[in-house]
Design a protein around this ligand. Structure first.
Ligand code: IPM
Ligand code: MG
Length: 358
C-alpha cells in the first residue's frame, strides 16, 4: 500500500526517538513492499523558534492531508518562562484539538523480561495488560475561561473543567468497543464525590454501559484508582477517563512497565487519521546523548500501522521485534539492570529493525 506519514520530531530527544521509529517503519515498508512517504514538519519549541508559532498552519495542513502523524515530543527549559504568552505545548494541544483527536489510547503492557525493571514487586505486575482511554480534546485542558488577572494587591488565575454529554458519550463508546476486543471490562474514573463535571461523566458512563451488557463495568474515584494501579494493576482491563486524570494516571501506570520510555500512544477520531506519540516528554537533559529509550516511539509506530493503515500483521511484527530484542537482553539505560552495560538509542533502533523479516 501507499501511505503519507507526517513526521513531527519536535524538541529535546524528540528527533532522536523519531529517527529510530522511522528507521523501523522504513524496514517494514521494505519487507512488506509498501510505499511510505515521510514528510517532516515543525512543531513545538522548534516551530516557535523558526516561525514564531508552535503550530504553523503548514504543519496542521500537512497532517490533515496525511494518513497518519508521528510525533516525538515538545517543550523544554528554553521556553519554560511561566510568563511567556506562547508555549511549545500549545502546538501539541492545538494539533490534538485541530485534528479532533478525542480518544487517546495508552496501552500498558509488562514485558516478562522487564519484570525487574519496575519499582513495583514482580508478582504484582506479572499479568498487567491494561489500556487507558484518555479523553483528549476537552476537560480542563481546553475549558474557558482560562488565564490570569490582576486583582487588588494580588493575582488570580483560573482554569475551567467542562464536559458535554456528546464528548463523554463518544469516548465511552470507544472504550467499550475496545473492551469487546479484550477482556470485556471497563473502569470509568472520575471525581464524582466532588466535581459536577464528574457527576455528569458518571451519569453518561452508566447510560452508555447499559448498551454493552456483555461488558463488565465499574465507576471508581480517581484517588482510589491511583492507589489500585499500584496495589492490583492486573485487575484493570480498559480504564476510561478525562483529559487531566488520564495524563496523570498514565505517567503512574508507566512505572508498571518499568519506564516512561516503554509507553506508546495513539490519538484517534472517528475516521482512520491518527496521531502517534510516546507518552513521555522531551527529556531535555538527555538530548543528543544517544541514551534514551526509543521503544515507546517505535511501539507508537506499530499502533500507527494498526489503527491508521490497518496493517495488523506489520504492527504485530514490530511488537514482536521489540519483545525479541528485550528477550535477548538488550536494554537502554532507563531499563538496564544494575551492573549491565546499556546500549544506545540508535543501537536499540537498529536491533529492532533487524528483527523485521516478514
Ligand atoms: C502527555 C503530555 C502532554 C499532556 C503535555 C506535553 C502537554 O504530558 O501527552 O501526556 O499533558 O497531554
Ligand atoms: Mg503526560
Amino acid at each position: 500500500m501507499q501511505a503519507r506519514i507526517a513526521v513531527l520530531p519536535g524538541d529535546g530527544i524528540g528527533p532522536e526517538v523519531i529517527a529510530e521509529a522511522v528507521k523501523v517503519l522504513r524496514r517494514v515498508a521494505q519487507t512488506y513492499e509498501h510505499e511510505f512517504a515521510f514528510e517532516e514538519a515543525l512543531i513545538g519549541g522548534a516551530a516557535l523558534d523558526a516561525v514564531g508559532n508552535p503550530l504553523p498552519v503548514e504543519t496542521l495542513q500537512l497532517c490533515r492531508e496525511s494518513d497518519a502523524v508521528l510525533l516525538g515530543a515538545v517543550g523544554g527549559p528554553k521556553w519554560d518562562d511561566p510568563r511567556a504568552a506562547i508555549r511549545p505545548e500549545q502546538g501539541l494541544l492545538g494539533l490534538r484539538k485541530g485534528l479532533e483527536l478525542f480518544a487517546n489510547l495508552r496501552p500498558v503492557k509488562v514485558y516478562p523480561d522487564l519484570l525487574n525493571a519496575s519499582p513495583i514487586k514482580p508478582e504484582t505486575i506479572a499479568d498487567v495488560d491494561l489500556l487507558v482511554v484518555r479523553e483528549l480534546t476537552g476537560g480542563i485542558y481546553f475549558g474557558r475561561p482560562s488565564g490570569r488577572e490582576q486583582c487588588l494587591g494580588y493575582e488570580r488565575a483560573v482554569d475551567t473543567m467542562v464536559y458535554t454529554t456528546p464528548e463523554i458519550e463518544r469516548v465511552m463508546h470507544v472504550a467499550f468497543k475496545l473492551a469487546r476486543q479484550r477482556r470485556r471490562k471497563v473502569t470509568s474514573v472520575d471525581k464524582a464525590n466532588v466535581l459536577s463535571v464528574s457527576r455528569l461523566w458518571r451519569e453518561v458512563a452508566d447510560r452508555v454501559a447499559r448498551e454493552y451488557p456483555d461488558v463488565e463495568f465499574e465507576n471508581i474515584l480517581v484517588d482510589a484508582c491511583a492507589m489500585f494501579l499500584v496495589r492490583r494493576p492486573a485487575n484493570f482491563d480498559v480504564i476510561v477517563t478525562s483529559n487531566m486524570f488520564g495524563d496523570i494516571l498514565t505517567d503512574e501506570a508507566s512505572m508498571l512497565a518499568g519506564s516512561m520510555g516503554m509507553l506508546p500512544s495513539a490519538s484517534l477520531r472517528e475516521d482512520t487519521l491518527g496521531l502517534y506519540e510516546p507518552i513521555h516528554g522531551s527529556a531535555p537533559k538527555y538530548t543528543g546523548m544517544n541514551v534514551v529509550n526509543p521503544i515507546a516511539t517505535i511501539l507508537s509506530g506499530a499502533m500507527l500501522l494498526r489503527h491508521s493503515l490497518r496493517l495488523e500483521e506489520e504492527a504485530a511484527a514490530v511488537e514482536a521485534a521489540v519483545a525479541a530484542v528485550l528477550k535477548e537482553g538488550y536494554r537502554t539505560r532507563d531499563i538496564a539492570e544494575e551492573g549491565k552495560q546499556p546500549i544506545g538509542t540508535q543501537e536499540m533502533g537498529d536491533l529492532i529493525a533487524d528483527q523485521i523479516r516478514g
